[in-house]
Design a protein around this ligand. Structure first.
Ligand code: FBP
Length: 302
């Protein structure tokens, strides 16, 4: 194990050997293995956004094998997906790359006011499929958030008891306008909630310079948030002063330069890495490998 990884894992000292071992597996795997940085390929958008929106831009992606292969070939630290996609590839890929079973999901077919994901698989499935972690989404801001928090607490306890770490996708949405979902105060708050619930790794969206909560505004007068780098630093600080791993999502597909610029800022602000889905698999195969490598190179040098 490298010094960088052992320093990170020291922050999880109370955890059992199974959890630590699986986190070590994630941190030591792939092109960024040993650097303390992570790039994960998540492919749950078929469930979350629907097949045409997700796979239409690069149709080979309709095949679950395409994504597992992309994650391995590009040297990602891990591959995250819902039950169906993991079941379709686990016989070939368990052990080849850390698999992360996304155990809850929601679709885009209902209203946006009170989002709440369904449990679509469980800890037993994760073990059966040879996964190294589970993933769970919470929606701080939804009227169902307290139920999600309680369910997550139980799930983390169950996963921990069999040595699996939990990655929490913390997305504020529900009873708030769109611009609030990515405001810096709300993103930092969503990240803090995930850490307080016991998340081993937290995943949030890159924050904008909007401060949404009135009660927080005066406090942000003394917190630098003008640049993305500064905002990332604040989110990292909000994750137990950097003692919990926080990674940032890639978002809807955009041009290469915009992706690279965003990653440079995340890396400069001390972010631990990225979970990049659409910006990877919606590109043609060779192009997506190249972009993932470019992203990894930025983190490797940070
Ligand atoms: P992307 O890089 O494609 O944004 O993937 C990250 C992710 O968290 C996925 O796991 C999830 O399906 C998606 O973002 C949700 O995006 P949105 O909030 O736009 O529905």
């Amino acid at each position: 194990m490298t010094e960088a990884v052992s320093k990170i894992l020291a922050n999880y000292a109370g955890e059992n050997p199974g959890v630590i071992g699986n986190m070590r597996r994630l941190l030591m795997h792939g092109r960024l293995g040993g650097t303390g940085k992570l790039v994960i390929l998540p492919v749950d958008q078929g469930f979350e956004h629907g097949p045409a929106r997700t796979f239409g831009p690069n149709p080979p992606g309709y095949d679950p094998a395409y994504h597992a292969k992309l994650a391995v070939e590009s040297g990602c630290n891990g591959y995250a997906a819902p039950l169906g996609f993991i079941e379709a590839i686990a016989h070939e890929y368990a052990g080849a790359i850390p698999l992360i079973l996304k155990v809850n999901n929601s679709d885009s077919l209902g209203g946006p006011e009170s989002p709440c994901s369904a449990l679509t698989s469980n800890v037993e499935d994760a073990l059966r499929l040879g996964c190294s972690a589970i993933g769970y989404t919470i929606y701080p801001g939804s009227e169902h958030r307290n139920q999600m928090y309680q369910d997550l607490r139980d799930l983390i306890a169950e996963a921990r008891s069999v040595g699996l770490p939990t990655i929490v996708w913390s997305y504020a949405r529900g009873q708030m306008p769109k611009e609030a979902e990515t405001s810096v105060d709300v993103i930092a708050y969503a990240a803090q909630i995930a850490c307080q619930l016991g998340a081993h790794i937290v995943k949030v969206k890159p924050p904008t310079d909007v401060v949404w909560q009135d009660a927080a505004k005066k406090h942000y007068e003394s917190i630098p948030i003008a640049t993305l780098e500064e905002r990332i630093r604040h989110v990292v600080q909000s994750c137990f002063d950097g003692k919990r791993i926080v990674i940032f999502s890639g978002g809807a597909a955009k041009g290469r330069d915009a992706v690279i610029e965003e990653i440079q800022n995340i890396a400069a602000g001390g972010g631990f890495g990225s979970i990049v889905g659409r910006n990877a698999f919606q590109r043609e195969h060779g192009e997506s490998i190249q972009l993932l490598h470019d992203i990894m190179d930025i983190y490797a040098k940070a």
